[in-house]
Write a protein that binds this ligand. Structure first.
Ligand code: FES
Ligand code: FE2
Length: 388
């Protein structure tokens, strides 16, 4: 019993820095793919940077995302803007500057930029200013966070979960993943780990529906067995089947909707759908920070929000164990596979289709400029491994 206790908690003693990514390269060379699980590759997508309330009117902050540092500021009128962080004059970090009216002012020599990155004022010059500007980037607010798009133009807004258009939401928690965030995304549809990690011995089936260039909805359905108290309680509450949907977007966002069409006692009134949205932001060395949002339909009242939060906590307790325990000291890859890994391999293929952002960095292929045109997503110069 004591040994069992120890082994269940041993993961807490493992290194918390992704250090194992560089190990065993000579004896177990990792399988490199174009996008999937590549530490230096950032996909064109929306990334949550910080809480909305952490950036008030007339404030500026800068943050790093991939090889890019961006300054985000809120003007006097409340307009939100994101521009390159380094001043066009001598490269000071504009996150150390200040916001004056509708402009961002550099701390160092007080050059001023508008929300589109255009240089508007150089204090030591009268009249005409140099023809210089900063790149500006799409920025949005959703679920109480400020999101920046890793590219020039966003093809759409921060994605809503497939069944929840115009969703609202709030931060439920944050966690550091000691693997690439694609490991977390794969867990959402890794049908084999439901039995091993979550003790859910369900007979799962799935189908995938594409809903756009970079979005897929996975519908996963399983029969609840009659193997113990937990299963019986679930059957009593939900009937004999359980279904959830996973919507993947941008290579870093997955929305999980539980209880699609679920009815109390299988035939009673419809139960509220729960939606947990994970959005990961890469840190360094192949580790990521994941923010977990609880999403709900627009206009859900305070009681509804509290109810959904409580139900989500119950759901997490019911799932019993946590995937993140596998991650410390792991060098994640999809290597030798068996037929039961088919769903994970399909996800790898889907992630390989993602557009690569020029904000990527980290290996010689990228540094040599062979990344290719980010909008084409062809990743010229990076070998693309066909999946089985
Ligand atoms: S470095 Fe920004 S104004 Fe000089
Ligand atoms: Fe899991």
């Amino acid at each position: 019993m004591l040994n069992l206790f120890r082994s269940r908690n041993h993961w807490k003693k493992q290194p918390k820095d992704g250090v194992s990514r560089g190990l065993n390269h000579s004896s177990q060379p990792p399988r490199e793919r174009r996008v999937f699980n590549r530490a230096g590759v950032l996909t064109e997508s929306w990334y949550p940077l910080f809480r909305s309330r952490g950036l008030k009117k007339r404030e500026v902050r800068s943050a790093t995302l991939g090889s890019q540092r961006v300054a985000v500021f809120r003007t006097e009128s409340g307009k939100l803007a994101a521009v390159d962080a380094f001043c066009a004059h001598m490269g000071a970090d504009l996150g150390n500057g200040s916001v004056c009216g509708e402009r961002l002012r550099c701390y160092f020599h007080r050059w001023e930029y508008d929300a589109g990155g255009g240089l508007q004022k150089v204090p030591c010059l009268e009249g005409k200013v140099p023809n210089a500007r900063l790149n500006s980037y799409p920025v949005a607010e959703k679920f109480g966070h400020i999101w920046v798009y890793a590219g020039k133009e966003a093809p759409g807004p921060v994605p809503d979960p497939a069944g929840l258009p115009q969703a609202e939401g709030h931060l439920f928690g944050e966690t550091t993943l000691f693997v690439h965030h694609h490991a977390l995304m794969a867990s959402a549809i890794d049908l084999q780990h439901f039995a091993s990690v979550h003790a859910l011995n369900l007979d799962f089936d799935y189908r995938v529906e594409g809903i756009g260039d970079d979005r897929d909805v996975w519908r996963v359905r399983g029969k609840i067995p009659r193997r113990g108290l937990r299963d019986l309680a679930a059957r009593f509450l939900l009937g004999d089947t359980i279904e959830y949907h996973a919507t993947f977007s941008g290579g870093n966002i997955v929305a999980l909707e539980y209880g699609a069409g679920a009815r109390l006692f299988g035939r009673g009134p419809e139960l509220p759908k729960l939606c947990v949205l994970w959005a990961a932001t890469p840190l360094e060395n192949g580790i990521s920070r994941a923010k977990i949002f609880l999403a709900h339909p627009r206009g859900t009242g305070v009681l509804g929000k509290i109810g959904r939060t409580l139900l989500s906590l119950l759901l997490l307790a019911w799932l019993k164990d946590d995937d993140v325990k596998a991650y410390p000291h792991m060098r994640f890859q999809v290597g030798t596979t068996v037929p039961g890994d088919e769903s994970v391999l399909r996800l790898v293929q889907a992630i390989e289709r993602q557009r690569i952002s020029t904000w990527s960095y980290g290996d010689s292929a990228l540094r040599n400029g062979s990344l290719g045109n980010s909008s084409s997503g062809c990743g010229k110069g990076i070998s693309s491994s066909p999946e089985p």
